[in-house]
Ligand binder design. Structure first.
Ligand SMILES: [Cu+2]
Length: 109
């Protein structure tokens, strides 16, 4: 019984660690915000600014119509995985004050 209690205690501790991590600036976006997925086409890529312009389909969860717009990327390395003209599927989070930020993107084959 004592062992079981310790296990439960450890489990609770682990849960408590997550929010602390979420306050870390680098992990805040991924861990504390809902991400949305959509498909679109790469219109242009701005490596220097870490932005990508996508013509995306409607995102019903956000009540967004299809449109062409810039997205930030969580990691500039993501921009090397796609090129202008690619059909892509991507995931993004909404970041207060700085617009949507892509966390995953890949060409549709
Ligand atoms: Cu849009």
């Amino acid at each position: 019984m004592k062992k079981l209690l310790i296990c439960m205690f450890v489990a609770i501790l682990n849960i408590d660690v997550a929010p602390i991590y979420a306050n870390d600036a680098h992990h805040q976006v991924e861990r504390s915000q809902k991400s949305y997925s959509a498909k679109g086409e790469v219109v242009s890529i701005d490596n220097a600014a870490g932005k990508i312009k996508l013509q995306h389909e409607a995102v019903s969860e956000l009540k967004w119509p299809g449109m062409t717009m810039f997205f930030n990327v969580a990691d500039k390395a993501l921009l090397d995985t796609v090129k202008t003209g690619d059909q892509v599927e991507f995931e993004f989070v909404k970041v207060d004050g700085s617009g949507p930020s892509i966390t995953k993107i890949k060409p549709i084959k």
